[in-house]
Write a protein that binds this ligand. Structure first.
Ligand code: MLT
Length: 254
C-alpha cells in the first residue's frame, strides 16, 4: 500500500487513477473538523457544494441547514459558518447540512470532477477510525489531498497526511506483534511530497499547537480572533466518524 500526499487539489490529476485510490480530503483548519463535528453530532448528511449560489438555493428547504464560509468568515446569507463548535447536537440532529467553504469543499469538488468516488474526509478528529478503515479495505493507494489555500499549500494539511501515515504504520506494527500479519499490506510506502512533512511531524508531534502557530492559516485565524479552534481541530479522535461519499451527492457516516 502507498500513502501519497497531493499538496494541492490542483495537482490531483497527476495521481493514481480513480479505481485504484481512496481519496482523503483534509482541511485541518477547519473544514474537515466542521464536517466531522456535524456528522458526529447527529447531522444526517453533508452536501458539499462549490458555490455560494448553490448553497443559497437550499435556504428555504425543510430539514436543511445551510453553512457557508469564504476567506474564513461566515457568508452573510448563511445561518452557519465553518467553526466545528457551531455544530452542536441541538442544532444539527436530524438535519442535512449543505456546506460550501473556500478550500475544503472545493477539494471534494475537484476529486469528483476527476472521477474519484471512493472519497472520505479526514483530520486529527477521526484519525484512528480512518487508519482502521484504510487497513480493513487494503486500498492499493491512499491519496491525501491537502486542501490548502486557493491552490497553494497549507503546512497543517501536509502534517495531517504525515500523521495518518504514521498511524497506519503503527497499527500495522501492532497487528504484526499480535500475530495478525496475514491480513495486512505486505509493504507501506509514501511519495516524495510526504518526505518533509513526515520529518516535521516526527519532530513536533507532541506540540502541534505551538508548531502550527508559524503557519499562514493559523495567523489568518488569529487575526480573525478564531484561535480557540486550533486545539479543537488538532485533537485526536474528538469526532470519531468516517464521512463517506455517496452517489446521491452527499457524505454520510460509513
Ligand atoms: C476552507 O475550507 O477554506 C477553510 O476551512 C477556511 C476556514 O478556516 O474557514
Amino acid at each position: 500500500m502507498k500513502i501519497s500526499l497531493s499538496p494541492s487539489p490542483d495537482l490531483l490529476h497527476l495521481y493514481a487513477p480513480p479505481l485504484e485510490a481512496l481519496i482523503v480530503v483534509t482541511d485541518v483548519f477547519r473544514a474537515s473538523a466542521t464536517m466531522l463535528s456535524a456528522l458526529y453530532h447527529g447531522a444526517l448528511s453533508i452536501r458539499p457544494v462549490a458555490t455560494e449560489e448553490e448553497a443559497q438555493s437550499y435556504l428555504d428547504r425543510e430539514d436543511y441547514l445551510v453553512a457557508a464560509e469564504r476567506d474564513a468568515l461566515r457568508c452573510a446569507f448563511a445561518p452557519l459558518g465553518n467553526d466545528p463548535e457551531e455544530y452542536t447536537p441541538q442544532i444539527v440532529q436530524g438535519k442535512h447540512v449543505v456546506l460550501t467553504t473556500t478550500n475544503g469543499t472545493r477539494s471534494i469538488d475537484r476529486a469528483l470532477s476527476l472521477g474519484y468516488r471512493r472519497l472520505t474526509v479526514g483530520s486529527f478528529g477521526n484519525i484512528s477510525l480512518l487508519a482502521q478503515h484504510i487497513l480493513s479495505v487494503d486500498y492499493p493507494e491512499v491519496v491525501v489531498i491537502a486542501a490548502g489555500w486557493k491552490g497553494t499549500l497549507c503546512a497543517e494539511d501536509c502534517l495531517f497526511a504525515a500523521a495518518l501515515y504514521e498511524r497506519v504504520a503503527h497499527e500495522i506494527a501492532l497487528r504484526k506483534e499480535a500475530g495478525e500479519g496475514d491480513a495486512l499490506p505486505t509493504s507501506l510506502t509514501y511519495n516524495d511530497a510526504l518526505f518533509f512533512p513526515l520529518e516535521a511531524y516526527r519532530t513536533h508531534r507532541a506540540d502541534l499547537c505551538n508548531y502550527t502557530s508559524y503557519f499562514e492559516h493559523y495567523r489568518r485565524l488569529e487575526r480573525l480572533g478564531r484561535l480557540a479552534t486550533i486545539p479543537i481541530c488538532l485533537e485526536e479522535d474528538r469526532y470519531p466518524v468516517l464521512p463517506y461519499w455517496q452517489e446521491s451527492g452527499v457524505l454520510k457516516p460509513l
